[in-house]
Design a protein around this ligand. Structure first.
Ligand code: ZN
Length: 222
């Protein structure tokens, strides 16, 4: 508080006290007013922050929803493709023969009735034999364990699912059956190599056929 020294000295001590009391009261009112104003401002700021927050949440919800829809759509597309493939693979005899007519070329995708299989066998560079039906494009490859972990009937990552031994053994049998399909088509082959990788634990090169298999497990000979 600024005390005015220039006030006439005629002011009595009582008057001075009164004046100071009034000034003090005025200051207190001013302070209260400022406090109230600050509170209003604060409330405004908070209102805006809340609005921002709400719109951010709405934005994020919308993005989450969009991402989920995208995933579902993608899943649907994959499942539809899988269903089409599975249907074609099941109906196909994988055999040669049969007659394609101008009005009915189904035999080209459903297979004929010859005793010869309409398959091509290809020896991969690690020595594995892959078999591909030229009619329905189904490809048989040695089953890879990492593709047999399931949760709720869906293939999931190793750490998220349970290994289905029955399905894996069935796939192995199915693969062996395909490898033995009788065909007069000759087997093609890649350049053969032995695949190895460096193993830091033993400080040696070790066999890496499994790594190769896992890496190409999701491809086919289409
Ligand atoms: Zn086939």
């Amino acid at each position: 508080m600024k005390i005015e020294e220039t006030k006439p000295t005629s002011e009595s001590f009582d008057d001075k006290l009164k004046r100071l009391a009034v000034e003090e009261a005025e200051l207190r009112v001013k302070a209260l007013k400022e406090e109230a104003e600050a509170r209003v401002e604060e409330r405004e700021v908070r209102k805006h922050q809340l609005k921002d927050l709400k719109s951010n949440i709405a934005d994020r919800d919308l993005k989450d929803k969009q991402a989920q829809l995208d995933r579902e759509q993608q899943g649907k597309t994959f499942r539809a493709q899988d269903a089409t493939d599975n249907f074609n693979w099941k109906t196909c005899t994988h055999k040669k023969g049969g007659m394609a007519h101008a009005r009915d070329v189904r035999v080209l995708t459903t297979g004929g009735n010859s005793n010869q299989y309409s398959v091509f066998k290809h020896q991969m560079l690690n020595g594995d034999i892959w078999v591909r039906c030229s009619r329905c494009s189904r490809t048989w490859a040695p089953p890879v364990e990492k593709n047999f972990y399931f949760r709720d009937g869906i293939v999931v990552a190793r750490q998220d699912g349970v290994f289905d031994t029955a399905k894996f053994e069935a796939a192995k049998l199915e693969y062996l059956r395909a490898v033995n399909f009788e065909t007069n088509n000759s087997t093609s082959s890649s350049v053969q190599c032995r695949l190895s990788k460096y193993d830091p634990a033993s400080k040696r090169m070790v066999d890496a056929a499994d790594v190769y298999r896992e890496n190409i497990a999701s491809t086919n000979l289409r």
